[in-house]
Ligand binder design. Structure first.
Ligand code: 13P
Ligand code: SF4
Length: 377
């Protein structure tokens, strides 16, 4: 069984997992058709009829295996729709997934998401088996900083609290004081400033999230030069071109995007915030300037809304497939392990975030607040 090597501060696995041929035939026969027809009804607007026979046997097998093994699949909003809507049991943004991981009953959690999400699940539910279908599912933000970097920041700025984005390794969370996600970054930053009785908070490692938070609070922010490779590539010119090409389109973006993109958009929030915005406002035409699968998943719930589709793929999220979820459940791979001395300190950072009052609705970034200078640590 492959295991996480926790001794490396920023673990990365480049080895391609070997595919094991299934020991049961996975074919689209009458039984599978009957077992999965109701699921195709759910996704028929985003998955072509010709593609369904490829997905359906794996979907049926995964849903059977989950029951047999007492497993649950947590699916991030960026999973492809055949995963998100057909085998995912619980889904949401990073904050929701962290909450769910801390409270599920099942003994096995399969994380349909990236490595830091699976690690967070293991830290919050250490007694459970947490599986990630492909250990290579990383994140450019998590790769940008190590636990040793955070320890050095702490030594340099002993009086300022360190807030780390949840998109980081366990070692980084262990060195930080508290975690945040895109859904609560302003709330956590203001809490940390109050608790540490300071006007300055260190918010790492996403430079753009830090700038967007800085514009939405009076707290002074210092940050790190990390970025999400999906969201950093959107530009304000992209937004202008979309408005010109699709008059009336409502533009939604994520706070990992540059601040001029946020300024040009109509709404900025976490992936759960974007989904809620579309559901509550039912715009005629919308563009979600984020990872590509998000539009498909939100479209499933909002058949009356037209989606304009420019997007950027996250190569890490796209590592997760039906095939490797099936392999994960069948062959109990790949198991996440976090050394308890690291996990204990990382858990404190995550738990502090989870203990904050749960807002009624996902946090929205105000595009009309003026930009603020943000220093680097
Ligand atoms: P949220 O789903 O928390 O908004 O995060 C988006 C993201 O990029 C996760 O990797
Ligand atoms: Fe990381 Fe960005 Fe991919 Fe999310 S979308 S996993 S932040 S690279």
């Amino acid at each position: 069984m492959d295991r996480l090597d926790w001794t490396r501060p920023n673990w990365r696995c480049d080895a391609e997992p070997t595919h094991i041929a299934p020991d049961e035939p996975l074919v689209y026969d009458d039984a599978v058709r009957a077992e999965t027809n109701h699921l195709y009804e759910r996704v028929k607007d985003v998955i072509l009829p010709d593609e369904w026979p490829v997905h359906a046997p794996l979907i049926a097998a995964i849903n059977r295996l989950k029951k047999e093994r007492g497993a649950i699949i947590l699916a991030h909003n960026y999973m492809t729709p055949e995963i998100f809507a057909c085998v995912g049991d619980l889904s949401g943004d990073s904050l929701a997934l962290a909450r769910m991981a801390a409270s599920v009953d099942e003994d096995i959690i399969v994380q349909a998401g990236v490595h830091f999400m699976a690690e967070t699940a293991k830290i919050m539910s250490p007694e459970k088996t947490v599986l990630i279908p492909d250990m290579r599912a990383g994140c450019s933000l998590a790769e940008s900083i190590t636990g040793a970097d955070v320890a050095a920041i702490k030594a340099k700025y002993p009086d300022y609290p360190i807030v780390t984005y949840v998109n980081t390794s366990a070692a980084v969370k262990a060195e930080a004081d508290v975690c945040c996600t895109s859904g609560n970054a302003v709330q956590v930053t203001e809490w940390a400033a109050r608790e540490w009785k300071t006007d300055t908070v260190i918010l790492i490692p996403d430079e753009f999230l830090a700038k967007n938070v800085a514009a939405n609070t009076d707290i002074r922010i210092l940050t790190w030069k990390g970025a999400c490779e999906v969201h950093e590539r959107f530009t304000a010119e992209d937004v202008d071109a979309l408005r010109e090409g699709h008059p009336g389109v409502v533009v939604l973006t994520h706070p990992e995007s540059p601040e001029d993109v946020v300024k040009a958009a109509d709404y900025t929030g976490s992936t759960a915030g974007m989904a809620a915005f579309v559901k509550n406002t039912q715009p005629e035409k919308v563009v979600l300037l984020t990872e590509c699968s998000m539009s498909d998943n939100v479209a499933i719930e909002n058949p009356g809304v037209k989606f304009v589709r420019p997007c950027n793929l996250c190569p890490h999220m796209k590592r997760i497939t039906l095939q490797n979820i099936y392999d994960a459940l069948r062959y109990n791979r790949f198991e996440i392990e976090v050394d308890e001395s690291v996990a204990e300190r990382a858990r404190r950072s995550i738990q502090r975030m989870l203990d904050l009052p749960k807002p009624d609705s996902p946090g929205q970034f105000d595009k009309d607040r003026p930009p603020v200078e943000v220093g680097l640590v």
